[in-house]
Design a protein around this ligand. Structure first.
Ligand code: KG4
Ligand code: ZN
Length: 344
């Protein structure tokens, strides 16, 4: 049975995983860097790369140990070389190349965002067919029409901030440590989502694009005037409701526009409690089925990288030892650009 070791270092998570040829996750280790970046309220690329370099071999060893295998048991090594902070990606790429050269194993390069799309497919194999994927995180926020594996059309993307960035910034206004998405989510559970009527940017503009930067200022103004910590839960809940309303409206509009009845959600923001409750409910009313990627596969991880490589190997992918780090590479055979439009 073929086992693939995946390596992922797009941003501030150092990850390694072992996935078998039935797409079962044998191990998935994620070493986060929260403490490193805490004081800076955001990821410092130079520090992120240094931390990756310090821990990556330990993370690889742990992934092999937890899967109870050695390098000799592997059939290939896979790495994200196509999305993220360049210095971070370089660490994963050079580690994977080094291991491939030393062991003689094939090296399979993958795109981080395609791996997020694949994380939903690993959850529900029906998604090998046509569907819409809402890939929503800190580093990317796009609606992708997946016509089939490798055939992607980006039909919506953020024009400025991603939903994850908005969660992180609102968290900082509320005094929460970076990255704040999960804490804003937890805080929102005790708040009133109707306490503040925050804007739903671009919700009804007739496009499938997003814009979350305009939401920050109204939320910051309310957060600055809060008299007691109790009010923070109402701010969090009202903000979260606004973001989730937009994500749901655009995702359903995308499905309707393409006449597609299957939708998936992947990426860190796909962990959000309200989105996970409300999207399936809203979609069901339109006869649309939603696949919610399990939280462990939503945030950055290497199981999605190894899983995607398993698929590519089955389709005949060949080893490429001379890969480079090419962050922000377009996606799939149509070279779909999922980045904010001003940087395209
Ligand atoms: O996929 P990911 O780990 O990294 C990127 O590719 O960006 O996503 C991280 C993002 C962060 O912005 C984080 O705050 C957000 O996902 N996030 C959440 C939740 N959990 C993580 N946002 C909202 N609700 C959550 N429960
Ligand atoms: Zn990601």
């Amino acid at each position: 049975m073929g086992l693939v070791l995946g390596i992922e270092t797009a941003c501030d998570d150092t990850a390694a995983a072992v996935v078998d040829d039935q797409l079962a996750v044998r191990s998935s280790v994620v070493w986060g860097q929260k403490q490193t970046h805490l004081a800076f309220n955001g990821v410092v690329p130079e520090l992120a790369a240094r931390r990756h370099a310090e821990v990556i071999m330990q993370v690889v060893k742990q992934a092999l140990d937890e899967a109870d295998v050695g390098l000799d048991d592997l059939s290939a090594i896979a790495v994200n070389n196509q999305h993220g902070l360049v210095r971070s990606v370089v660490v994963g790429v050079s580690t994977a190349r080094g291991l491939a050269v030393a062991t003689g194993l094939p090296l399979i390069p993958v795109h981080h965002v395609e791996a997020h799309i694949f994380s939903a497919i690993m959850t529900n194999l029906e998604l090998f067919d046509e569907h819409i994927c809402l890939a929503v995180a800190g580093g990317h926020n796009a609606l992708i029409h997946v016509r089939g594996m490798g055939d992607y059309e980006v039909i919506g993307r953020t024009l400025d901030d991603s939903a994850g960035e908005a969660f992180d910034k609102v968290g900082s206004y509320l005094g929460l440590p970076f990255p704040a998405g999960a804490q804003v989510d937890a805080l929102a559970r005790g708040g009133n989502p109707h306490a503040y009527d925050f804007p739903r940017p671009k919700m009804k503009d007739g496009t499938l694009n997003f814009s979350f930067s305009g939401l920050k200022t109204p939320v910051r103004m309310v957060a600055e005037k809060l008299q007691s910590p109790d009010g923070a839960a109402d701010v969090a809940a009202s903000f979260e409701r606004a973001v989730v309303d937009v994500l749901i409206a655009k995702t359903l509009a995308a499905a309707e526009q393409k006449g597609v009845k299957q939708v998936s959600v992947a990426g860190g923001v796909a962990c959000n409690t309200l989105l996970r409750q409300e999207l399936p409910r809203a979609a069901a009313a339109h006869g649309i089925k939603v696949t919610l990627t399990p939280p462990k596969l939503c945030t950055d991880n290497a199981a999605m990288v190894a899983g995607l490589a398993q698929y590519k190997l089955r389709e005949g992918a060949e080893s490429k030892l001379d890969i480079d780090a090419t962050p922000n590479a377009p996606l799939g055979k149509r070279a779909a650009n999922y980045r904010p439009s001003q940087s395209s």
